[in-house]
Design a protein around this ligand. Structure first.
Ligand SMILES: O=C[C@H](O)[C@H](O)[C@H](O)COP(=O)(O)O
Length: 223
């Protein structure tokens, strides 16, 4: 299977997790788009969805799937999303599409995080993919300097404005041996809205598209 076919197969496999009447937390990106398209095929049996970006909300609505505001729903049973990198503890780097903040918020409201990804996303140590950090615009230089002190080389993703009106710094050169420690440290910098490490809250299930088919693994590291 090609990379796109792997993404699509992983996304379709996530449909087996969806039960009747659920409101589904939906991620952002090319793999999440395949999931939205697959969700459209069973839209009669779900109540609706909460989207992690304007782009995903628009795609859900175009399929005729009801989109709820997060404030209108309580805890949801499931969040389905892709990742830029995922390690052996199902900790992830996300935010390649600049949706990290809303993704983290919606994921936090869901009991289960099902990560759908192609095989290229699996890594031993996180950090090859530059770590996205969403910042309040006026704090860009301050946050940049603090990220250098943490060992990174931040680059401003010029021209990109997040759904929340903020900017993104992509941090290169990090070998993230202790993801929880780094996620926590970056969160302490004034002006940081969110960083793209999902280590405090890793995925519960990984559906990995591989050239030979989808491999499902449950996370035994998370309570
Ligand atoms: O901001 C974007 C998200 O974190 C995506 O889930 C991530 O970038 C993976 O995207 P894709 O499925 O397109 O590789």
């Amino acid at each position: 299977m090609t990379q796109d076919q792997q993404k699509q197969a992983a996304a379709r496999a996530a449909i087996d997790f969806i039960e009747d009447g659920w409101v589904v937390g939906v991620g952002t990106g090319s793999t999440a788009n395949y999931f939205i398209d697959a969700l459209a095929e069973i839209k009669q049996r779900i109540d609706g969805a909460v989207a992690s970006s304007e782009a995903s909300a628009a795609r859900l609505k175009a399929h005729g799937i009801r989109v709820f505001e997060l404030t209108a729903v309580g805890e949801m049973p499931i969040y389905v999303d892709g990742a830029d990198e995922i390690n052996g503890q199902w900790q992830m780097i996300k935010g390649g599409g600049a949706a990290l903040t809303r993704e983290k918020i919606v994921a936090q409201c869901c009991k289960q995080f099902v990560c759908i990804a192609d095989a290229s996303k699996q890594v031993r140590v996180l950090g090859q993919f530059p770590l996205p950090v969403e910042v309040i615009p006026m704090a860009r230089s301050l946050v940049g300097r603090e990220l250098v002190k943490l060992g990174g080389h931040p680059a401003w993703r010029e021209g990109v404005v997040t759904d929340n009106g903020n900017w993104i710094l992509d941090v290169h050169g990090l070998t993230i041996a202790e993801p929880i420690k780094l996620e926590t440290a970056i969160n302490q910098i004034p002006g940081v809205v969110t960083n793209g490490l999902f280590a405090l809250r890793p995925a519960n299930v990984l559906l990995l598209g591989t050239p030979d088919g989808v491999v499902r693994s449950n996370n035994t590291f998370v309570m």
